[in-house]
Design a protein around this ligand. Structure first.
Ligand code: C2E
Ligand code: CA
Ligand code: CA
Length: 459
């Protein structure tokens, strides 16, 4: 390992080193300790003086290094005046990551994740900075909103992997490798992304208070008689100035920030309240038909914490809806990552009397015998299988086998993503009981779905 590149290796582990992870980590630890001991990060500060909250002000002459790759990071710096270049070395060549000016913050990454510096900061013009120590920053992060703390870590992780990828890439176009090309753009894009996500997390939190979430409903149809058996509740965000945002646009941030728990509870509450209306309309339109159920997606996070599970139970009880008409859809992830917590949560929910479905079956671990360990009532075959079933015989056989085995084990089967009449033909042939998809209806708001229920039965 070339000693001059030591600083980059901590964050940008080149795969060709051939070292196993533990060795690399060990080497890095030693390197960080040595770097900490030899740190030159404390320049002479003739005019250091206390500023608010005892942050230090430091003055650097032109050409000085504020810090160097490989050193232990002790401070983050906010530029008051002057200019600083942040650069990194790769294969003997130095790349400029960013040129920063007044108001810019640098050096914060090594403070946040306790790694050694992955870049060198050099003063271009005489520069005055405010130095924030690791302790100060950590105190700030502790008192900051936990959402912000988490977000910073997530974004930092993303930034580091993107940077690593770029630095390791053999295929960087020459112009991207030039002085201020790609890396700087990545830095700026990441900063933009960080700001956008932090703002959006705040907006998401406010969205709950401002009642900006909506629940759309998609019918689940009984194939025997073509009647609606239940409705899946699917969240949307009516985001001001953005319009209707689908779940893909905000659910992962909700998961990262833990907001998924209050949001998920809200969906359940809304869906239970709406179900009463749907059932009433449906009973009038199709007298004698079995009562409608509602299916609600539940994130693994909501089931990992017993308090959250209890909160779901309270929502069900308060709603006055027969729990047997409420189905909670979970994905296999929880069962695989945390089988004990899953067992406890699922047994608890079953005691309430709700039904449980495994969503997106076929995309994960996908073993029906494994599922038998849990009190699962329904298996939802992922739409990718139904789609593939149109094209190849193998997928057709898989859908047939899943359907038959699930039913032998006493579980219902819902085929997702049914878009064509021919899908129905196959599913009926396999004895599949339920289907859901655009063929019947796209997810629609409450009123539209009420009309759908009424019309469909009259036709
Ligand atoms: P999912 O649970 O698998 O829901 C079905 C998704 O497939 C829905 O997307 C639905 O609009 C779409 N879909 C239904 N039929 C068809 C079809 O025939 N063709 C195609 N191409 N797509 C079809 P949507 O509403 O965008 O939801 C995406 C995912 O977001 C859901 O997938 C679910 O995992 C998650 N989600 C939605 N609402 C909630 C919620 O309240 N809580 C949680 N935790 N997750 C939710
Ligand atoms: Ca679902
Ligand atoms: Ca699904």
């Amino acid at each position: 390992m070339a000693p001059t590149e030591a600083g980059i290796h901590d964050n940008c582990l080149p795969s060709h080193l051939g070292l196993v992870q533990a060795e690399v980590e060990n080497a890095l630890k030693k390197q960080a300790q040595a770097a900490a001991a030899a740190s030159t990060e404390q320049p002479a500060l003739p005019n250091t003086h206390a500023v608010k909250e005892s942050f230090q002000r430091k003055l650097y002459p032109q050409g000085a290094e504020v810090f160097r790759e490989g050193q232990a990071g002790r401070y983050a710096y906010l530029i008051e005046r002057g200019r600083v270049e942040v650069s990194a070395r790769r294969r003997g060549k130095r790349y400029t990551i960013a040129t920063l000016g007044p108001g810019d913050l640098f050096g914060e990454m090594a403070l946040l994740d306790r790694r050694v510096r992955s870049a060198t900061a050099t003063v271009l013009d005489e520069t005055e900075v405010v130095a924030i120590s690791r302790d100060q920053l950590q105190r700030k992060m502790k008192t900051a909103d936990p959402v912000l703390d988490l977000l910073v870590k997530v974004i930092l992780h993303r930034f580091r992997s993107t940077l690593r990828h770029l630095l390791e890439s053999e295929n960087l176009a020459p112009d991207v490798q030039s002085e201020t090309g790609g890396l700087r753009a990545v830095g700026e894009a990441t900063r933009e992304l960080a700001i956008t996500q932090i703002k959006m997390a705040e907006e998401l939190r406010a969205a709950l208070e401002r009642d900006e979430f909506r629940v759309f409903y998609q019918p689940i149809v009984r194939l025997r008689d073509g009647q609606t058996a239940g409705l899946e509740a699917l969240i949307r965000w009516q985001r001001p100035a953005h319009g209707l945002v689908p779940p893909a646009g905000f659910l992962s941030l909700s998961e990262d920030t833990g907001l998924i728990c209050p949001i998920g509870r809200w969906v359940l509450e809304r869906a239970c309240a709406d179900l009463a209306g749907f059932q009433k309309r449906f009973a009038a339109a199709a007298p004698g038909s079995p009562s409608l159920f509602v299916s609600v997606n539940v994130s693994a996070q909501q089931l990992q914490d017993p308090e959250q599970v209890a909160a779901l139970g309270e929502v069900v009880e308060r709603s006055g809806i027969d729990p047997a008409q409420i189905k909670l859809e979970i994905t296999e992830g929880l069962l695989i990552d945390n089988p004990e917590a899953a067992s406890v949560a699922l047994e608890g929910l079953k005691r309430l009397g709700v039904k449980l479905a495994i969503d997106d079956f076929g995309t994960g671990y996908s073993s029906l015998s494994y599922l038998r360990r849990y009190p699962i009532d329904t298996v939802k075959i992922d739409r990718s299988f139904v789609e593939a079933m149109r094209k190849d015989h193998g997928s057709l056989q898989i859908v047939r086998a899943i359907t038959q085995l699930a039913q032998t084990l006493g579980m219902d089967v819902v085929a997702e993503g049914v878009e064509r009449q021919e899908d129905i033909r196959h599913l009926q042939e396999f004895g599949c009981h339920y289907a859901q998809g655009y063929l019947f209806s796209k997810p629609a708001p409450f009123r539209q779905m009420l009309n759908f229920l009424g019309k469909r039965i009259r036709n």
